[in-house]
Design a protein around this ligand. Structure first.
Ligand SMILES: N=c1c2ncn([C@@H]3O[C@H](COP(=O)(O)OP(=O)(O)OP(=O)(O)O)[C@@H](O)[C@H]3O)c2ncn1[C@@H]1O[C@H](COP(=O)(O)O)[C@@H](O)[C@H]1O
Length: 106
């Protein structure tokens, strides 16, 4: 059993303690461009799977995307807690448009 927080911790561990043969290590070694390409590829695969009938295929692609997004977050130094905080701040809000305009001013 592995939740997204635990997966992120494992990814961070791979970043800080490189393990030969690890796919995560391979991605960090290749760098940001490679990670971004994978996020793009996996996003496309989620879209295609969503249009097809197979739930298992769709679930697999969403899991692949979640993993690669967490690798990207680790590469950028962003933690799941920061994402959770952002999501929590939206609770009960009718419109996010004003907040987004505020963020863009930063
Ligand atoms: N969740 C994942 C996960 N999801 C997808 N992938 C890998 O992502 C790759 C995507 O496959 P593709 O065919 O798109 O890519 P590829 O042709 O293998 O390689 P490239 O295109 O990247 O060059 C596969 O090699 C998968 O194994 C993952 N690799 C690792 N994890 C998790 O990360 C943990 C640590 O893994 P290692 O870093 O390999 O020890 C594992 O225990 C898993 O929990």
């Amino acid at each position: 059993m592995q939740n997204l927080d635990e997966l992120y911790e494992l990814i961070l561990d791979r970043k800080n303690n490189p393990k030969p043969g690890s796919y995560t290590e391979y991605l960090f070694n290749k760098g940001l461009d490679k990670i971004l390409k994978k996020v793009g590829e996996e996003s496309t695969e989620v879209i295609v799977a969503a249009k097809n009938d197979s739930d298992p295929d769709f679930i697999l692609e969403v899991a692949d995307l979640a993993y690669h997004v967490e690798v990207l977050m680790a590469q950028r130094g962003i933690t799941p807690d920061q994402i959770k905080k952002e999501l929590a701040s939206r609770e009960g809000k009718k419109s996010l448009t004003k907040d987004r305009a505020e963020i863009q001013k930063w």
